[in-house]
Design a protein around this ligand. Sequence first.
Ligand SMILES: NC(=O)c1ccc[n+]([C@@H]2O[C@H](COP(=O)([O-])OP(=O)(O)OC[C@H]3O[C@@H](n4cnc5c(N)ncnc54)[C@H](OP(=O)(O)O)[C@@H]3O)[C@@H](O)[C@H]2O)c1
Length: 223
Amino acid sequence: METGDRYRTPIQDFYADTTIFITGGTGFLGKMLIEKLLRSCPDISMIYVMIRSQKDKSPENRLDEMLESPLYDRIKKEVPNFRKKIVPITGDSNIKGLGLSKTDRNMLIRNVSIIFHMAANMQFYGKIKISTIVNIDATATILKLAKRMPNLKSFIHVSTIYSNCHVKHIEECIYSYPINHKHLITFARNLPENIFEEKISNYTDNVLVYNFVPPVDGPTWNE
Ligand SMILES: NC(=O)c1ccc[n+]([C@@H]2O[C@H](COP(=O)([O-])OP(=O)(O)OC[C@H]3O[C@@H](n4cnc5c(N)ncnc54)[C@H](OP(=O)(O)O)[C@@H]3O)[C@@H](O)[C@H]2O)c1
C-alpha cells in the first residue's frame, strides 16, 4: 500500500472497479444487497438492476421509490453519491430473453463482471407454470448471457436449490431430477396451465416439502 492510499479490505479490493448486474434487486434480499454493496464497497463502478415495469410505474420510478425506504437512510449520509451508481434496466423473467433490449443486452455483455441473480417467483401457492418459467428458464437464459461476458469474474445465483420436492429426505447435495430441465421448460412454455400441472404431478408423487430458511438477514439487522 502506497503512502496516502486508504486501506481496503480484500472484499473491497474484489469489488473495486467492477460492474455488477443484479436481478431481483427490488426484493427482500436484493434491496439489502444493493445497500450493503454500495455502502461497504464504494469503489464499485456501476450496478445495473433488472426491474420489470408495474402498472403505471416504470423501472426508474420503482427504483426511486425503493430508495426512499429507511433502509437507505444510512448510505445517504455515508456515501452521498451512491444513487449515480445504480442504473435500472427494463427486464422481466417471464418474457423470453428476459425482455431485454438489444442495446441493454450488448451493454451488459460488454461491461458486467459480477452477476447476482436473485429474481424469483416466490409465490409458493401460485401458478407452477410461471414459477417454472421465472425460476428455471430465466436462470438458464441468464447463464447463457453470462457465458458471453468476457469480463465475468463471478456468477452468484441466490435460490432455494435445496428444496427438492421429488425426494422425501433431503441431503446437502446436488440431486439429479426425474425430468430433464429442457423438457420441463418446453412443457411450461407450450402447455396450458392445467395440462402442465397434471403432467408434472406424475413426477412429484405428492411429496410434502418442508423448507428450512437460514437466518441470512440477521447480520444486516444487527448493522
Ligand atoms: N428471503 C430469504 O430469507 C431467502 C433465504 C434463502 C434463499 N432465498 C432465495 O433468494 C431469492 C430471493 O428471495 P427474496 O426473499 O428476496 O424474494 P422476494 O422478496 O420475493 O423478491 C423477488 C424478486 O424477484 C423479482 N421478480 C419476481 N418475478 C420477476 C419477473 N417475472 N421478472 C423480473 N423480476 C422478477 C421481484 O421483482 P418485483 O419487485 O418486480 O416483484 C423481486 O425483486 C429467492 O430465490 C429465494 O428462494 C431467500
